[in-house]
Ligand binder design. Structure first.
Ligand code: COA
Length: 274
């Protein structure tokens, strides 16, 4: 049986370190998140966070297998949600255990930059995986949505919270109350998607963005992520105070000196914290 999670370590163009390309690999079930995928995703997060060589994580869904004879081809999917078959017969206690301290929260908590590369359906938990990443790059055939309402449910991997920050209160209400699908263009307009490319260009353009981010100082990237996240947790007054604090602390870091000096010397910075 093939692995449900494939991790490729792609060397960074700019010096040492790697971009971890993580592919959720259950294309016959549209890469839906079953227990095995969730467990492997959590393990991947522990590995990526503790492995100094990992400078950026890109999460994708596996493309469809060739159709079996006489059967129609399955559609492209990033992730078509939680594996609904695992919901059958479960009560609140069991579900609470699965949905607390879950794999999507582990992705959200990664200290490294994360990008989701979305080609096809990103529904329910798939939309939530995408929203738990820092940046979303989609193909023109990406489809986003939160159809849980049609199952008598609501998003359970933090989607009610994270989507509001991306699309705003009114659109989040519309998405979660209608369960409608939104194509890539609409998702771009809504602020879910950062950039859209043709399916052929999606991977190279996503990797270009990952390489760009990976070329920066890891220390500064970590601080940037913490500071930007503070905007979600704090009001503006507290957030600005927090930013002033971490901004000033960066002046004690070697990479700040290296970056500023490189600008003055018109050279490329050789980051200490790769
Ligand atoms: N959980 C479990 N299995 C899923 C799944 C999910 N979330 N989404 C798709 N699959 C499975 C289907 O059961 C089917 O399996 P089979 O071929 O063994 O019967 C296979 O993936 C292909 O899906 P299918 O529904 O045949 O493709 P489609 O092109 O007709 O429709 C979707 C695609 C995405 C519209 C449809 O699969 C769908 O609505 N999926 C559920 C989305 C959802 O509600 N997600 C939120 C879950 S909380």
């Amino acid at each position: 049986m093939s692995e449900v999670l494939i991790i490729e370590e792609i060397p960074c163009e700019n010096g040492d370190g790697v971009i971890a390309k993580v592919t959720i690999n259950r294309p016959d079930k549209l890469n839906s998140l079953n227990n095995e995928v969730r467990t492997k995703l959590k393990e991947m997060c522990d590995w990526a966070d503790s492995n100094d060589s990992v400078r950026c994580v890109v999460i994708a869904g596996a493309g469809p297998n060739p159709p079996q004879e006489g059967k129609r081809a399955k559609p492209n999917a990033f992730v078509a949600g939680a594996d609904i078959t695992e919901f059958v017969g479960k009560g609140s206690e069991e579900i609470k255990e699965i949905f607390t301290d879950n794999a999507i929260e582990a992705i959200w908590d990664l200290s490294k930059p994360t990008i989701s590369m979305v080609d096809g359906f990103a529904l329910g938990g798939g939309c939530e995986v995408a929203c738990a990443c820092d940046i979303r790059i989609a193909s023109t055939r990406a489809i986003f949505g939160t159809p849980e309402i049609k199952l008598g449910l609501i998003p359970g991997y933090g989607g009610t919270q994270r989507l509001v920050h991306l699309v705003g209160y009114g659109k989040a209400m519309e998405m979660m109350m209608t369960g409608n699908n939104y194509d890539a263009e609409e998702a771009y307009r809504l602020g879910i998607v950062n950039q859209i490319y043709s399916p052929d260009d999606l991977e190279s353009k996503t990797m270009e963005m990952a390489q760009n981010i990976a070329s920066k100082s890891m220390h500064t990237l970590r601080v940037a992520k913490v500071a930007i996240r503070a905007a979600l947790d704090n009001g503006i007054t507290k957030g600005v105070e927090f930013e002033a604090e971490v901004f000033a602390k960066l002046f004690d870091s070697e990479d700040q000196k290296i970056g500023v000096q490189a600008f003055i010397d018109r050279t490329n910075p050789e980051w200490k914290h790769r």
